[in-house]
Design a protein around this ligand. Sequence first.
Ligand code: GLN
Length: 196
Amino acid sequence: MRVAVVGVQGDVAEHVTAVERAAASRGHAVEATAVRNAGVVPDCDAVALPGGESTTISRLLHRRDIAPELVAHVEAGKPLFATCAGLIVAARDARDSRVETLDVLDVAVDRNAFGRQRDSFESRLDVAGLDDPFPAVFIRAPAVADVGPDVEVLATVDGQPVAVREGPVVGLAFHPELTDDFRLHDVALFDPLAGD
Ligand code: GLN
């Protein structure tokens, strides 16, 4: 099994570690690969699209021809785990013309939705499908402003969706890779492959 961690911007080592730990907990032999160029995603069973700066990430994904590979990946029903800026890039509408989204998740998002007062914060979040709260780290996080009919809301903060699922795509407004808790990597990347 091969998992791509899109690494067009910055270091994605924490995501690679979380993917490997989640895989090990299931007894899967998984190769997690940081992807910076076209040609790798088509060979992968699942993809993580990490955070960073959504304007930069979307520009690089299109310039390097990775964007159409990600769209084809989701159209083939394979898991995509999009976190923070990754959620913004995956969305139908980023409400910001500088972000050319992939439109693989039927939501509109508001970038930096939690304002200056709450630029970064942590929250023990109740997430549908998890038995115990998840330690969610929010950093200049987006919120989901508008949810399409096939999108399931998994968690909210102040009534705003911050975790959603639509078919093989899970989107989070926060950074699951910044804690030791790999449950959401596990659910998003490996549950669909197991046919759960
Ligand atoms: N604020 C960033 C953006 O709008 C997202 C921040 C993040 O990924 N932590 O792209």
